[in-house]
Design a protein. Structure first.
Length: 205
């Protein structure tokens, strides 16, 4: 079991490792390579180019949120705006995922970027732009300035490639998920040993 007295930073890293392992075990595309803290928190790439960038947001001590002004959302957007600014060509071939244990409030920008019937990229853009124009959050000033400076069409293109996955499994649930897959392919007494080795392999990627 996870020690809940560990720092959120350490738990966040362990979450990355376990989530990456769960994704790897579930991945059917043998051409993709997985990485941690290379292109993003977790990423799938092909021939050295990112195909799926994944930002993971795990909350333990405090309730996370994905409101229009949330730090999780804006910090992630800034990271991806910088990525696209440096390598504009990747945008058409790359999917950007925000995976969070928090919940995107109804009718928020994040909720409009989920893959469901309410997906509305234009609506998400307008809500985010409105925050940039009206918010007085000084800590987010650099995020808002970067958003307003970027070309509108480029921003909308980025948003069209973003998918928000909220209410995601927490670190313990993720471990149960990949253990279930491993359990069916090994002798029970070796389950813990195999899990530990796989985790170390992911860390060394």
């Amino acid at each position: 079991m996870i020690n809940h007295q560990a720092s959120e930073q350490m738990i966040g890293y362990l979450y990355q490792v376990r989530y990456a392992l769960a994704l790897l075990l579930d991945n059917d595309n043998s051409d993709f390579q997985i990485s941690i803290e290379k292109f993003d928190d977790v990423a799938f790439s092909k021939d050295g180019l990112p195909k799926q960038l994944i930002q993971l947001k795990h909350h333990v001590q405090r309730q996370g949120n994905l409101t229009d002004g949330s730090t999780d959302l804006w910090r992630t957007l800034k990271v991806w705006m910088d990525v696209v600014s440096e390598s504009p060509d990747i945008i058409d071939e790359t999917e950007f995922l925000i995976v969070t244990t928090a919940i995107a409030p109804e009718n928020s920008a994040a909720s409009y970027l989920k893959k469901d019937q309410k997906r509305n990229v234009e609506g998400a853009y307008e809500k985010l732009r409105n925050i940039c124009l009206k918010s007085e959050n000084k800590e987010h000033k650099k995020y808002y300035e970067a958003f307003l400076k970027m070309d509108e069409n480029t921003l909308k293109c980025i948003l069209s490639h973003i998918c928000v996955i909220d209410g995601a499994n927490n670190i313990e649930d993720v471990e149960r998920t990949f253990r279930k897959q491993i359990r069916y392919s090994c002798i029970p007494k070796y389950e813990n040993q195999i899990c530990e080795r796989l985790v170390y392999c992911i860390i060394d990627i």
